[in-house]
Ligand binder design. Structure first.
Ligand code: PLP
Ligand code: COI
Length: 359
């Protein structure tokens, strides 16, 4: 028997006027719906007290473990308004499975995938009016889990809280479809062999911020990380995976090494590219292959992919003392983006059964 999320509706719902204002210009991760899903776990009782309740601050003891030792993981996926008026999420089971893998790596309890999906479904049903309908918009779901035991002993928490919050969202990068400039991080790495790179844990993002800050200071929107050992193999961006398009139409993405996040968009693109008759290579890519490949014409496009970023074309790679500019024509990224978004918004057939209808 899975968890049942009882709904305790808020007594102070957002007004229709304010909601319309938010949905007209949602941005990314700025406004949150009226409710949140919550479930608690203890080593003695397992999962208990599952509910959808009013979105509200969490009162927490200053000695709560998560504040000190960052035993915390999260996920991100989206709900889309469908042409028939229903709502569907994109591959939530894949996010639920990754959440379990992240939990295992961070010594957190592994929430069953059906409970992960049920929590999001219950929240989406309750806040269905918050799913935007305009092109390029969606309701971003942010499930997360953290150590809520109080005490400073360094050990896996015996009390844990799982929550799902939701935020109407538009494009992640301000300015929408324009090409994104990437900063090559030469001083900082994101993840090492044996580390937590493949887990979606809070600490990975904290560790990426200084490099992201450097990117912004150098006029770039995102940072590119190389492998931590040889400092030459392209791994991923701070919050998205990377793809290269070769002059013969082949798509190349770095292979999963254990230090790269196993992106669900990445995996979906592998399937879609094959459907579209394209060759796909998962292999190591030297950053010099990128730099030189653009000059020789071997690499014709580079794009970033992820739930928040969807598919964002890369306009340039910049580093201390240099830059390589990418072509502005991006037919392959455009084709993959149109196909993916078409499936997500229910305009194209869904041959892989990726959409999960919210009943
Ligand atoms: N890489 C990192 C570090 C990320 O944070 C994300 C976003 O979740 C991705 C890649 C892309 O993953 P997905 O496509 O599952 O959103
Ligand atoms: C997502 O795409 O869901 C992420 O977690 C990435 C981050 C840039 C918000």
């Amino acid at each position: 028997m899975g968890l049942h999320f009882d709904v305790e509706a808020t007594t102070t719902p957002t007004s229709a006027e304010r909601l319309a204002e938010i949905l007209a210009n949602p941005g990314f991760g700025r406004a949150f719906t009226d409710h949140m899903a919550v479930a608690k776990w203890s080593a003695d009782e397992g999962w208990y007290e599952a509910s959808v309740q009013a979105y509200a601050p969490l009162p927490m003891d200053p000695a709560t473990q998560v504040f000190h030792y960052a035993q915390a993981i999260f996920e991100g996926f989206k709900a889309y308004a469908q042409p028939d008026g229903t709502i569907a999420t994109f591959r939530p089971e894949a996010n639920g499975a990754r959440f379990r893998r992240s939990a295992a790596r961070m010594a957190l309890p592994e929430l069953p995938v059906e409970d992960f999906v049920a929590a999001a479904d219950a929240l989406i049903r309750t806040d269905a009016a918050w799913v935007p309908t305009a092109e390029g918009t969606s309701l971003y779901l942010r499930p997360f889990m953290m150590a809520t035991e109080v005490g400073l002993g360094v050990r896996p928490a015996r009390e844990v809280t799982f929550l799902v919050i939701a935020s109407p969202s538009a494009a992640y990068f301000a300015g929408g479809a324009k090409q994104v400039t990437i900063w090559l991080s030469e001083d900082f790495t994101r993840a090492a062999p044996g580390g937590t790179g493949a887990a979606k844990c809070a600490g990975n993002y904290a560790a990426s911020l200084i490099a992201q800050q450097e990117a912004i200071a150098n006029g770039c929107e995102q940072v590119l990380f190389l492998d931590a050992v040889e400092r030459r193999w392209v791994e991923e961006f701070g919050g998205m995976n990377v793809w290269f398009v070769l002059d013969d139409g082949t798509l190349v993405t770095p292979e999963l090494t254990g230090s790269i996040l196993e992106g669900i968009t990445r995996e979906s693109i592998i399937a879609l590219a094959k459907d579209l008759g394209r060759d796909v290579e998962e292999r190591r890519v030297d950053v010099d292959e990128w730099r030189k490949g653009v000059d020789t014409g071997r690499i014709t496009e580079v794009f970033a992919c992820g739930t928040a970023a969807v598919i964002s074309s890369i306009g340039a790679l910049r580093w201390h003392g240099g830059e390589v500019a990418m072509p502005t024509e991006t037919p392959v990224a455009d084709q993959i983006r149109d196909t993916l978004i078409g499936i997500q918004h229910g305009r194209l057939p869904d041959p892989h059964g990726w959409l999960h209808r919210i009943g």
